[in-house]
Design a protein around this ligand. Structure first.
Ligand SMILES: C[S@@+](CC[C@H](N)C(=O)[O-])C[C@H]1O[C@@H](n2cnc3c(N)ncnc32)[C@H](O)[C@@H]1O
Length: 219
């Protein structure tokens, strides 16, 4: 399967939006501890009450409860996504929880203008789908306050002795637009390129990772 275009992604996620939360949970059946990985990614943001956090490719807002816990009611969450139906699900979650501090923005991550002075940026299972991921990370770095963090949680192919299972990994994630060619995109290298005090944590036997980096300038 070729690399999905932006139009392909919108069609795919418009079709999947209503069942997205359910299908994402199916990965538990193969031992993928999705919620634990989300928790760890949000923890790596090191947010404080009152902070402003941007989520790129927020989808249906599965991270919002964790982000809410971290920034509190005085904080602000800005969720950005390309796909209207995914954002509609996120909007439903926001309304049901009566969260008044969440702003949803329908935009391609590549053309999103980050507000100045952001206290954290996160993207989970989304950035590898964005061809301009390097520029998106760079734009985010420019908007981050010194000492604040960018965190990416995503799939990758293992480079260890499980590398032979790569085709299976691609097959299992293909319902979400993952193709073999996407494995050539390495957002963690952009985190390492533009940020300092970086870390790279492999999860799920190397099929997923959390990359964290801090904006320079806070000695
Ligand atoms: C696998 S879902 C992940 C959703 C959410 N981050 C999560 O962890 O459940 C991928 C999301 O990325 C969004 N996406 C893909 N390409 C995008 C782009 N270029 N700009 C913004 N969002 C994008 C899709 O619309 C979809 O909602």
């Amino acid at each position: 399967m070729a690399i999905p275009t932006t139009t392909d992604i919108i069609h795919l996620y418009n079709r999947r939006a209503k069942r997205y939360n359910f299908t994402a949970n199916l990965y538990y059946l193969i031992g993928f501890r999705e919620q634990a990985y989300r928790k760890l990614a949000v923890k790596r943001l090191n947010l404080k009450p009152g902070d402003t956090v941007v989520e790129i490719g927020c989808g249906t807002g599965l991270n919002f409860p964790l982000l809410q816990q971290a920034v509190g009611i005085r904080g602000r969450i800005i969720g950005v996504d390309l796909t209207d139906a995914m954002l509609a699900q996120a909007g439903r979650r926001v309304a049901e929880n009566k969260w008044s501090n969440v702003e949803l923005v329908q935009s391609d991550a590549a053309s999103f203008h980050f507000p100045d002075g952001v206290d954290g940026i996160i993207s989970t299972f989304a950035l590898t789908l964005v061809p301009e991921f390097d520029q998106v990370i760079k734009n985010g770095v420019d908007a981050l306050s010194p000492g604040k963090r960018w965190v990416v949680l995503d799939f990758k192919l293992p480079s260890n002795r499980l590398a032979w299972l790569a085709p299976l990994g691609i097959f299992i994630t293909s319902p979400f637009g993952v193709t073999r060619d996407l494995a050539n995109r390495h957002p963690w290298e952009s985190i390492e390129k533009y940020l300092t005090r970086t870390s790279f944590e492999e999860l799920y036997a190397g099929f997923a990772y959390i990359a964290t980096g801090e904006k320079r300038g806070n000695s």
